[in-house]
Design a protein around this ligand. Sequence first.
Ligand code: NAD
Length: 517
Amino acid sequence: MRRAPVTRQIVSVVGGKDAASASTYQSTNPARTREVVASVGMADADTFAAACRTAKEAQREWAKVPAPVRGRVIASIGRLVEANAESLARLVTEEIGKPYAEALGEVREIVDTCDFFLGEGRRLYGQTVPSEMPDKNLFTFRNPVGVAAVITAGNFPVAVPSWYLVPALLCGNAVVWKPAEYAAASGHALYRLFAAAGLPDGVLNVVFADGAETFRGLERALEEGTVHKVGFTGSSEVGRKVGELAGRHLQSACLELGGKNPMVIMPDADLELAVEGALFSGFGTAGQRCTSLGTVIVHESVHDEFLRRFAEAVRAARIGEPDQDVLAGPLLDQKFADRYEEYLTWIQPHHRVVSGPTGRVTEDSPRQDFTGEGGLYYHPVVVDGVRPDDRLFLEETFGPIVGVTTFRTLDEAIELANLPGYGLSSSIYTTDARNAFRFREGVSAGMVSVNNSTSGAEAHLPFGGNGKSGNGSRQSGMWVLDQFTRWQAMNWDHSGRLQKAQMDVADITPDLDFRLP
Ligand code: NAD
């Protein structure tokens, strides 16, 4: 039985206290847009900048807490998230329409991230390094960066933020987190779970604000010297602006941006497997993952057979209420539905839609017996005949639409895979290891799947992209530590005299003219 909808009232939390709001935003349920999930008090740039000042104060003490003790806090966060997994996943489903099973998987990823980083509290290794001089020791230490300002998208409203928050906090930083407006309630719930683990006030702050106020607030904080690392997950367009701003302050932001992820299908591929992978990565989360499949690049010899099976699978796929057993629910929010309708206009006369109807699911255009009433539901679309100069081929289309094109040689497939200039995820279906390794070497993506879909990250493997997908920063596992710590080199000379590097170094003379008879 469906629960009666509850409208939560939420506001930003700075220094452990509710902060003032300048306006209100209604976060709605995309499966029933008339239901308000949360009434969100929106902060302005002043509040954002104030949160960064508060974080800077709190960070000093937090950095003094021994890393293994900070690791225990991360362990507690993991336990709290695990104990609240169903409630958090239900809220994610309610707020952004992600099917419940996927939402639960998303919550699991937070637990996995905590599991990894609780141990890192007992590592955070530095090195001892040999010196070129006697009686001198060299060391390296990882120091926290300071305050991290983290701005996130809402398609993974809790897992992706945890990829920032968990390692940033573990490394001894304080954080000001700005979740996406349309995922504010999920963000607030995650904040509360982190706070319940005993983080001191001000170490983690959550600020709800729109893009313009966030930008102004961040600009001010950077000028005031209260932000030392910017983390941004969102569109390439906004990422460019945020990266530019950080660059002006001599900082390199961690940018995790959009994708146009290719899937190459070789003539020797297991087509059944490829269809399953294309269906999941093209239309799971209604195509609204950064790693969603953009274009299938299929060998011309298997094109017709692949397309027939893929179109059939897409036509049969269940789209519906996200609390049911469905492949996809609604789009995340009205703004994504509007943008998706724009992407549909990119379908040209030389294209062929092979998946059935396009556009909104309605009483007049139902899906099986589902009429999508009151929700932002769309038919999944497969477009064949996509050409390399089409917008559909070149640009990210965040939503349930997948293009199909053909190739003759693997080199041509790799060139097509790289052409849009993104570089997040990619996939190849083949039964020949040589194809897999040649593809890996040639593709510009940060992530490569072999006989697997373009989506599906594990919490201890580097995640991130190149080109329009990001500036090469990596999240997850040990790789993210370089985002949230700075290496400090220390040398200690205990010789009792001034030994000069490069000058006072013992030399052993070789006989370089020596040759074997
Ligand atoms: P978006 O860029 O519009 O917004 C992302 C966040 O930035 C939101 O919190 C938003 O309020 C904020 N924002 C907007 N304008 C801003 C500005 N001028 N200054 C500072 N902050 C601003 O992205 P979206 O449309 O909400 O999310 C979808 C995009 O995110 C897609 O392109 C998707 O591929 C990408 N994404 C990438 C990853 C990844 O890890 N690479 C993960 C999830 C989503």
